[in-house]
Design a protein around this ligand. Structure first.
Ligand SMILES: NC(=O)c1ccc[n+]([C@@H]2O[C@H](COP(=O)([O-])OP(=O)(O)OC[C@H]3O[C@@H](n4cnc5c(N)ncnc54)[C@H](OP(=O)(O)O)[C@@H]3O)[C@@H](O)[C@H]2O)c1
Length: 268
């Protein structure tokens, strides 16, 4: 871990995903705020958002690139080339971790030919150290850098290496589903409210129920159908809810949502 104490991490773009990554790394204790440098398009907005975090707030991406050993790309995918290409010399020999969706190693290495690049598919629960970081197997990291990155990002939850062919769908399931699950939480919250629970109580119940169901699945390795059956007693109440969900196309709606994500990502 001694290497981690001295490493300087830069974030070019400090929005939802980059902010979540930095927050998780600080929460885990893997790095201290003074090891983090960040810039965004609007410096004043960045100051408002991050002044209390104790990280270094930079006016330009050049400052971040010069100061850091590992640089995260936190801008939208369509901006990666425009923002990163001018930094190609400054990032020579440095580690660059892209957070940008569907922006893989072939694209990154064309933009930053002399940097050591790796593409990832993360999700925002990394801010609570319960997230996912999927890294593309095809990358230009050295063996030591691969170890360093897996150790660093391993603090944020599940860490996986994956081939490019599966990065898109894995990234969609890991990265987009927090939005879908939040909609599910909101709907359950409305149902709880309709039946008399206060919002603070119902949201706490829902969040803990999701954490518990996820932990139970990880611990037991049980099939989700088996977990559902374990809650549905014959002629019971839960099976009536299951029937209503089936009638309303619950499972189709979820598969269709992922289809739509994939369709959009492929530009069709
Ligand atoms: N959000 C997610 O759940 C999620 C999940 C997986 C992957 N990702 C990936 O993460 C990346 C960022 O997404 P996001 O949701 O975090 O977006 P976001 O919240 O809109 O953040 C984008 C950031 O980029 C900054 N930026 C824009 N132009 C810039 C420039 N020229 N130089 C430096 N910074 C600039 C913005 O600064 P201003 O705020 O000042 O404009 C902002 O800090 C995307 O590539 C996305 O595919 C996101």
């Amino acid at each position: 871990m001694s290497q981690m104490e001295h490493v300087k991490l830069g974030f070019i773009g400090y929005g939802n995903m980059a902010g979540a990554t930095a927050a998780g790394l600080m929460l885990s204790g893997a790095v201290q705020p003074a090891q983090i440098f960040a810039c965004a398009k609007d410096y004043d907005k960045l100051c408002k958002k991050a002044a209390s975090q104790g990280i270094h707030l930079c006016q330009t991406a050049e400052e971040v690139a010069a100061a850091c050993d590992i640089v995260f790309i936190g801008v939208k995918p369509y901006m990666v080339k425009e923002v990163m290409e001018p930094l190609a010399d400054a990032l020579r020999g440095k580690v660059v971790v892209s957070l940008a969706a569907n922006t893989y190693h072939d694209v990154l290495s064309a933009i930053l030919p002399d940097a050591h690049c790796v593409a990832t598919a993360p999700n925002t629960p990394v801010s609570a150290c319960e997230g996912i970081f999927i890294c593309e197997e095809d990358n230009s990291l050295t063996e030591d850098e691969k170890v360093l990155i897996s150790e660093l990002l391993g603090h944020l939850g599940l860490f996986l290496w994956m081939d490019q062919a599966h990065m898109g769908i894995a990234g969609a399931i890991a990265g987009c589903s927090p939005a879908f699950v939040s909609m599910f939480m909101e709907a359950l919250g409305d149902a709880g409210c309709k039946h008399g629970l206060t919002r603070p109580v119902v949201y706490k119940l829902i969040a803990q129920m999701l954490v518990g169901t996820g932990k139970m699945a990880l611990k037991s390795g049980d099939h989700p159908g088996q977990m559902k059956d374990a809650v549905c007693s014959p002629s019971g109440t839960t099976i009536c809810g299951v029937e209503a969900l089936e009638k309303n196309g619950f499972r189709f709606a979820i598969m269709d949502a992922i289809d739509q994500v994939q369709k959009k990502a492929s530009g069709k």
